[in-house]
Design a protein around this ligand. Structure first.
Ligand code: DGJ
Length: 735
């Protein structure tokens, strides 16, 4: 039983294979938090509540509730009544009062997992998971709240979300509705988050948690390059393999907040949910609001275990695409090859040469529609520019198909250029505040996808293109944040709903797209990796990781991304050198090994490669086919981080049966007078023998036990030169 209700103690134990999450009802009224961590017996939850300690529970304390509210560990703390830590819920009445008193009412336990209306979320059937629903109500307003907890027993993960219903007679305003809250005793926690910028996405940051509040948040309308909807609290000794990790990740692609707070009593409250800035949702009588989902994972074996739990959950219970476990076509994208300057001849030249080298899909990026030759116009005019592509899209796609390649295309469906027929016809479709200039970013405006007619209009344009040409892949881009927030379709009292309604519009479009075109391979993208989040993964099995394709920079970006997301989701390409962003020159081989950690493809003018480089492309294509499975579906182990040691990087993946593994080592900076470096491998079978072979065949293969490779390590010889790398195949020997 993964959820145990103890009638005597009035507690709930949510058990996964290795963890327990404990909830208790106090005074038949408050939903209190008891425990989260390594598995414990259900009977112990009640005594963990410290009810005998001042200021006691209100039932035992005749004088006041304030002290109790401000110190008890709560599952869904509210604003306005005396809990002065961060609340998870804030209600405002029509008369302007801001408070609620959610009283526990009843519970329900159901097998499986209910869908969250209009939202991406993890999924599972009756065998996979069990859901606890805790119903609470605020008597004064008639608002009812259902706290949902789904336990994925085998995956050691718990998800949470919240449904709010107005059963009262008057409208109310939801000013805050977070999805997850976790109260705990401080253990000298450190806060780990993924911070960055455009071209520097998801760098791992680790800081001590002091008194007060530390947060990662976005109100850019997207999950963002800068901060990421992920947070982990870790004990100070935490490494890849040791220490305790409490992690949360938000299945959402818009505004979010993730926050840790250490209070006066050395308790820590970690919350995650919709960012309360730019959010205020009106609930008329009878209305319902569903908050997006938070995923919670606990690891008693450091970051490595946390990572593998997230990977397992997302591979088995989040990503829906039929491509998830399929070998994705190796693609070539023309963006860095041509930017906006191309015609059908150039694309066909690239496709022809690519095909010869084994590349399987030609992707036409930005610039094929309207009169778009720069980023100054035409977003929204989703008709092919026949001046550029003579004969049109269908003909081009068929010509590429005739070469034996698939054809893919770029869209930016959420945007409109001021200089576009769409904007001229529907100026009211842009997000705007009447009387103010719309802030332009990359010379574009954001479409108001909170309006159904806009969603329908844009969806039809995109779908029409896909209906009329053999298009196997779509790169869905989004190149600016949301600001000057206003909708000409929303009444004043609903203006605070715009950002979330916008995301619901995006999700609706992606839902429709994946339903109408079930074989389409969708790759999400946002100016590189500005919307790399679990919400997007629900619709697309891969997301463009970053516009920074430099092999060295990618080590940190991919390391941070892979901390939470499976390698099979990371869009990674080999690009030309000097790198377009950094000007750095790295060996072609290293660019290949780094890109092989992701979905793999090319982003360069292949017609300009030397013969030697073309031979290397062929070899990389071979490596992709050979090792794709173990990289995409294997268990990922971060061995050494260049970001931490400033010299070298290494990672490996191991097949689920531990018979096969791949190891990549990058010597970022050469060191003088150095001997070999010993890398301790992970995830192998201690008792088995393995052959370790350099994939180029330059080094002699060696045979070692799993125990030796993991405990003593594997020696890698230094090479002259920076940015050198080597990839090994590790295969279990059969006796
Ligand atoms: C940003 C993306 O990250 C790039 O790969 C490219 O598609 C450009 N947009 C096109 O405008």
């Amino acid at each position: 039983m993964s959820i145990i209700y103890d009638k005597i103690g009035n507690t709930f134990a949510l058990n996964t294979c290795e963890t327990t999450y404990g909830v208790a009802i106090v005074d038949n009224r408050y939903v209190a938090h008891g425990y989260y961590g390594k598995r414990i017996p259900a009977e112990d939850i009640r005594c963990l509540l410290r009810e005998e300690e001042a200021p006691f529970t209100p039932g035992k304390n005749k004088r006041e509730t304030g002290g109790f509210l401000d110190s008890m560990w709560m599952e869904f703390p509210e604003s306005g009544m005396g809990d002065f830590r961060e609340s998870a819920f804030c209600l405002r009445t029509e008369s302007g009062y801001r408070a609620s008193e959610l009283e526990y009412d009843r519970f329900e336990i159901v097998q499986g997992k209910p869908r969250l209306l209009g939202l991406p979320a993890t999924w599972g059937n009756e065998e996979d998971c069990t859901t606890l629903k805790l119903y609470c109500q605020d008597r004064l307003t008639g608002v009812r709240v259902c706290l949902l907890y789904t336990v994925f027993e085998d995956v050691d993960a718990i998800t949470r979300s919240v449904i709010v219903e107005n059963h009262g007679k008057e409208g109310v305003y939801l000013e805050k509705a977070y999805s997850g809250c976790l109260d705990m005793e401080d253990r000298n926690f450190q806060v780990v988050s993924l911070m960055g910028a455009w071209a520097r996405e998801r760098y791992i940051q680790r800081l001590p948690l002091g008194y007060g509040r530390q947060r990662a948040a976005s109100f850019r309308g997207e999950s963002s390059h800068q901060e990421h909807p992920f947070m982990a609290l870790v004990t100070p000794e935490t490494t890849e393999d040791t220490g305790e990790v409490y992690a949360m990740n938000f299945v959402y692609s818009g505004n979010f907040i993730a926050q840790a707070e250490k209070d006066q009593f050395d308790s820590v409250r970690m919350v995650m949910g919709l960012h309360p800035d730019e959010f205020c949702w009106k609930l008329e009588p009878g209305d319902t609001f569903t908050a997006p989902e938070v995923v919670m994972v606990y690891s008693d074996q450091g970051f490595g275990k946390m990572t593998r739990l997230f990977h397992r959950l997302y591979r088995n219970h989040l990503i829906r695409s039929p491509y998830l476990h399929k070998e994705r076509p190796i693609l070539i994208n023309n963006w860095e090859a041509t930017y906006f300057q191309f015609d059908e001849k150039k694309l066909l030249d690239i496709a022809r040469e690519s095909r010869k080298l084994g590349i399987e899909m030609m992707v036409m990026d930005d610039g094929w529609f309207g009169k778009r030759d720069t980023d100054e116009s035409s977003l929204g005019d989703w008709q092919v520019n026949e001046g550029k592509l003579k004969g049109g899209l269908k003909k081009l796609a068929e010509q590429v198909n005739d070469m034996g390649m698939k054809f893919g295309i770029w869209f930016e469906p959420e945007m409109v250029s001021p200089d576009s027929d769409l904007y001229r016809a529907h100026p009211d479709w842009a997000i705007q505040i009447p009387g103010r200039d719309i802030t332009q970013v990359r010379q574009q405006y954001v479409l108001d996808l909170s309006r159904q007619e806009v969603v329908d209009g844009v969806y039809e344009m995109v779908a029409e293109i896909l209906r009329n040409a053999p298009i196997a892949y779509v790169k869905w881009d989004m190149n600016r944040p949301l600001c000057t927030l206003g909708s000409l379709g929303l009444p004043p009292e609903r203006m605070g709903e715009l950002s979330h309604r916008y995301m619901l519009g995006v999700y609706q479009m992606q839902e429709r797209l994946t339903e109408e075109f079930p074989d389409l391979l969708l790759e999400n993208c946002s100016s590189g990796g500005g919307r790399f989040d679990p919400g997007m993964l629900y619709y697309s099995p891969q997301i463009w990781c970053s516009d920074d394709t430099d092999a060295v920079e990618r080590l940190a970006i991919q390391e941070g991304t892979a901390m939470v997301y499976p390698l099979s989701t990371m869009g990674a390409h080999v690009s030309a050198c000097p790198n377009h962003i950094l000007g750095r020159v790295t060996p072609f081989e290293t660019r290949g090994y780094v890109a092989l950690a992701g979905t793999f493809g090319y982003e360069l003018d292949i017609t300009k490669l030397s013969e030697e480089e073309k031979e290397m492309v062929k070899e990389q294509v071979r490596l992709y086919h050979r090792y794709h499975k173990v990289i995409a579906d294997g268990e990922y182990y971060r061995l050494d981080s260049y970001r931490e040691n400033e010299r070298y990087d290494s990672w490996m993946t191991v097949s689920q049966d531990r018979k096969e593994a791949v190891l990549v080592y990058v010597q970022v900076l050469a060191e003088a007078n150095k001997k070999s470096r010993c890398i301790r491998l992970k995830g192998l079978d201690e008792k088995a023998m393995y052959e370790v072979k350099d994939v180029t065949g330059r080094e002699k293969a060696v045979c070692r036990s799993g125990a030796a490779l993991m405990n003593a390590g594997f020696r890698i010889l230094p090479e002259a030169g920076d940015f050198r790398s080597i990839m090994y195949e590790i295969r279990m020997k059969t006796v």
